[in-house]
Write a protein of this length. Sequence first.
Length: 395
Amino acid sequence: MSESPASGPPPQIPAARPPAPQPKPPATTLRQRLAELRGPSVAPHPLDARALAALAANPGCKRRALLDGAGVDKAVLATALGSPAAFGQSQFAFIRGNAFEAKVKADGGTELLRLLFERLGSGADAPGRAAVPDLTAAGPEGRAARTALALREATAAGGWALLDHPMLALEVAGSPAYLEPDAVVVHPDGTWTVVEIKSFPMIDSSADAAKVGAAARQSAVYVLALERIAAMTVGARVGHRVLLVCPRDFSNLPTASVLDVRKQRAVTRRQLARLTRVEDIAAALPEGTTFDPGCSAEELGTAVESVPAAYAPECLAACELAFHCRAKARTDGAVEALGRSVRGELGGLTTVAGVLAAAAGKEGDPADPTVAALRRAAALRAEALEHASGGVPCR
């Protein structure tokens, strides 16, 4: 006879554990967000060194930082807003520049290397025929990776090498920018030299100072991008002297000079570090903001005004949106339209109307040094006008 089971409370079933929290879906990546800003069907507009130098010259402009970071074509945007840019390189100058560059680089860059050796080749054997690595790759990222590999291989080889239109990458406000210098030469001692080829002439061994300064700032951007690769390459060093090649006098024969870009490099690095990160600017925008050129002018105007700008008259020579920003500044009576130096002198007075009211004694704190200076200047002006009019006060 079998034993009956022992009586007692039924076994306790452990309580079911709450389900583990599921990971949240990943937030929209920066690349997706920037694609939404410029328009889903719009290809990103490349950010070249000239635009990057202009951006570094005005680091307080969040508008330009965002538009450049998102790859928005500012010329197209300015045209859609009704304020097209009134500057740019003519087609004739573009063709002439390409023809001159091809002449300088002909025959494996023999003439270019001769000029470089004359100016910067001390301490090395004269280049016979330099290696010209193939930099072909798919897309800017692939070309940048291929360029970095070619620079490392050329440095390790210990000879002369000419990189024709290499692709360099530089992070700008948290977003990658791809830059394409005219050429980079690798010396046998591991020095990398940036070469800038311009179509403006050197007359009696000197060129237009403004154009040379622009070339130096542009070259400084390339030097900064090269320094990132050199930091991971054994034996590499980026030269702070850049070779500028231009036509000699009124001929099409090339000549060259050396630009020391240490000052421009330091300024550009400091200004780029001050740029607000693109994702921070984008996060503060209203939902649905887009700069798609297919939108109406009203929608684009609202989108542009949602991003703070830092307009100055200097922008007229460097930014495609400058005419739109100038019109807005004038409409608002902003003192920025008078220049950065004036804006800095006026302190908390941000409008022309406010400045005039303070000078007339209608507004402002008399203890404010800026207000006191304005009132003193207004009094001196009135006194001078009264004296000039023969004692009759000028109304």
